[in-house]
Ligand binder design. Structure first.
Ligand code: FES
Length: 138
């Protein structure tokens, strides 16, 4: 093997061995925890929030998935799947939040993983109701 061929092969091998480390490092830096310092209100009498007046309804607002699970019971979760960051959806009446990307499922009340590849549950937020006003906080 000629010297220049040896150098080409050596550089190619070095490059290949560095790329996966770079990809892995950049993936590990991604944050799928959902929004922090959440603090907002929703007026259920507003037409913009009408989806929450129905049991089984949900609304993605202010970066949070708000779900009306049962009569007068609301839950709020991060809409960002902890596996690869896809936006999850509530499956009405099932009590389950589903990720459309790889089939991850979460408990709509606790955010806990029920199945699939997600490594951890969805961040949850507190929801309190006063009349027609919901307050959602971290
Ligand atoms: S991104 Fe949600 S299961 Fe993969």
């Amino acid at each position: 093997m000629e010297r220049k061929d040896f150098l080409k092969q050596s550089l190619a091998l070095c490059g290949l061995s560095l790329i996966p480390a770079g990809i892995i490092q950049s993936c590990s830096k991604q944050n799928f925890a959902g929004p922090a310092n959440v603090n907002f209100t929703l007026d259920l009498s507003s037409s913009a929030n009408a989806a929450l007046n129905i049991v089984g309804g949900s609304l993605l607002t202010n970066g949070v998935l708000v779900i009306h699970t049962t009569a007068s019971v609301y839950h709020a979760l991060s809409p960002t799947c902890t596996h690869a960051g896809c936006t999850v959806n509530y499956s009405p009446g099932s009590g389950v939040v589903i990720c459309p990307c790889h089939g991850g499922t979460f408990n709509a009340t606790t955010g806990a993983v029920l199945g699939g590849p997600p490594p951890s549950g969805l961040t949850t937020y507190t929801v309190t109701q006063a009349g027609t006003i919901l307050t959602i906080k971290s």
